[in-house]
Design a protein around this ligand. Structure first.
Ligand code: 6AU
Length: 469
């Protein structure tokens, strides 16, 4: 196999499927190497040998009963593998094909094992999207076989989702073959080595969640298990805002006035409903109308923290009937999983998309949300599809389908007199924030609209820099 891989590497190079120089990726990143594997289809013999090599990688190949080729480069290769092995082929169309409304084309039975065939993996997002579409229609996916691993976190990201990835080449092994064959100079190899190391360094300094920090919101919407979280990702992407406005005001009319002003610029409006002195159900109705008019979601920052039974009552009963109107609520993890079951129970008969943000780290000085508490809170977030995200100060979790909500933001680093600690928009976005909470930075400003726009723009700029870094 090694000899064949060495020969194939040279053939790919000679047909310009791999080029060296200075290129810019679709995400706007500089790269010293460029791949155009589509050229393979013009070389039938080569296509055949790529398909044979890929098949030898598929260790679990014998237990799969379907093969799915990712569009479009490897589709003909997957078709060859299918015909050689007599295992049926599935095609994942990128959009719902107009006539049949299917994303997965081909005949299959529920529960069948499907092998994914791909060309190049960087962060693994494309494969994860395919996995989601395949599992959504009842197939099982355990393995992805690909031609090239660009060593940008894809392997890790797929493994965390239970998908084993095998590749014919890593960028490093491909370079070694080309160097051995005298096709590239050692200077080019060093260049690529440096590029891979830079990527690796970025992965480790960002913890394990590289894909989350570098993926855009539109891509992450597709990975969210919670539907309210998916809606929120889409709103953030469409409105180009990560701003969650904390309207910690005590009069209903002031809240409504600010919601009208801020509406076009925010993704979420966050309430502490129990501080509103003149609460009525009409007030909530008006708030809901504004949320529809301006396309933002509402979060009630109730921070539930009791046994499940009590939490269920607090969520759906009392004066506020939070379950009826809040798209999201916050909950502490201190009671354990019962707090999530309680909230789930409180939603009986309510058929709206709802999500919970688990408070994993707090912004206040001396908070006890440290060490094991944080780790266990993150584990808890993996146990229910009702979880939309985590409230935290740092990059504590991997799952790109979850949202990091971070409060404690001011234009300057500072603190208030009661223990609240503030960091700048750029600092919190770099620390993993997706949704950024600003309260008094807006509510105490003279010109509130100006403040809203300033925070929105600074946060969005930092987010854009983060995903293209
Ligand atoms: O910008 P501020 O300080 O005026 O407001 C921050 C808002 C408040 C807090 O209740 C809330 O953010 N908050 C939260 C949550 C869950 O949002 C958690 C936390 O650790 N710190 C914090 O300030 O409405």
């Amino acid at each position: 196999m090694e000899n064949r891989l060495a020969e194939l590497a040279v053939e790919l190079f000679e047909m310009n499927a791999v080029k060296f120089g200075s290129f810019v990726t679709k995400a706007g990143r500089q790269t010293p190497v460029y791949f155009d594997l589509k050229v393979i289809i013009s070389h039938p013999r080569l296509m055949k040998s790529v398909s044979t090599l890929l098949w030898t990688l598929a260790e679990n190949g014998k237990s799969v009963s379907q093969i799915c080729g990712m569009p479009y480069t490897v589709l003909p290769i997957a078709a060859l593998m299918s015909s050689e092995s007599n295992i049926p082929l599935l095609i994942r169309t990128e959009t719902e094909s107009s006539g049949s409304k299917k994303i997965i084309e081909g005949q299959f039975k529920q529960g069948e094992n499907c092998l994914i065939i791909g060309d190049i993996v960087t962060t693994g997002i494309n494969v994860l999207e395919a996995v989601k579409d395949l599992t959504d229609v009842g197939l099982k996916v355990k393995e992805a076989i690909i031609i090239l691993d660009q060593q940008q976190g894809g392997d890790h990201n797929l493994r965390t989702k239970g998908i084993q990835m095998r590749s014919l080449y890593s960028l490093t092994s491909l370079m070694q073959h080309l160097l051995n064959a005298g096709k590239v100079t050692s200077a080019i190899v060093e260049d690529i080595k440096y590029y891979v190391e830079q990527n690796q360094a970025q992965l480790s300094c960002k913890g394990n969640s590289v894909s989350r920090l570098r993926l855009d919101f539109a891509s992450r919407a597709k990975l969210a298990k919670n539907r309210a979280a998916a809606n929120l990702f889409n709103i953030m992407s469409a409105k180009k805002t990560t701003l969650c406005l904390a309207v910690d005001l005590t009069k209903a009319d002031k809240i409504l006035k600010l919601a009208e002003l801020a509406g076009p610029h925010i993704a979420v409006l966050k309430t502490h409903i129990d501080v509103v002195e003149d609460f009525t159900s009409e007030f909530v109705d008006k708030l809901k109308q504004l949320s529809k008019k301006h396309n933002f979601l509402i979060m009630e920052d109730r921070k539930f923290a009791d046994i499940g039974h009590t939490v269920s009552l607090q969520y759906r009963n009392g004066i506020y009937k939070i379950a009826e109107w809040a798209d999201f609520v916050t909950a502490h993890t201190v009671p354990g999983s019962g707090v999530i079951s309680g909230l789930q129970d409180g939603l009986k008969g309510i058929n709206e998309d709802r999500g919970i943000f688990l408070v994993t780290e707090m912004s206040s000085e001396g908070a006890l949300t440290i060490g094991e508490y944080v780790k266990h809170s993150v584990l808890l977030s993996e146990t229910s599809n009702l979880i939309a995200g985590l409230v935290c100060q740092s990059n504590t979790f991997d799952d790109p389908g979850l949202i990091q909500l971070t409060p404690g933001i001011r234009l300057e680093e500072s603190r208030d007199d009661l223990g609240q600690q503030y960091r700048t928009p750029q600092m919190v976005i770099n620390a993993g924030a997706d949704l950024a909470v600003v309260g008094r930075g807006v509510t105490a400003a003279q010109d509130k609209l100006l403040a809203i726009i300033r925070y929105k723009e600074k946060l969005w700029q930092a987010y854009n820099e983060r995903i293209s870094s």
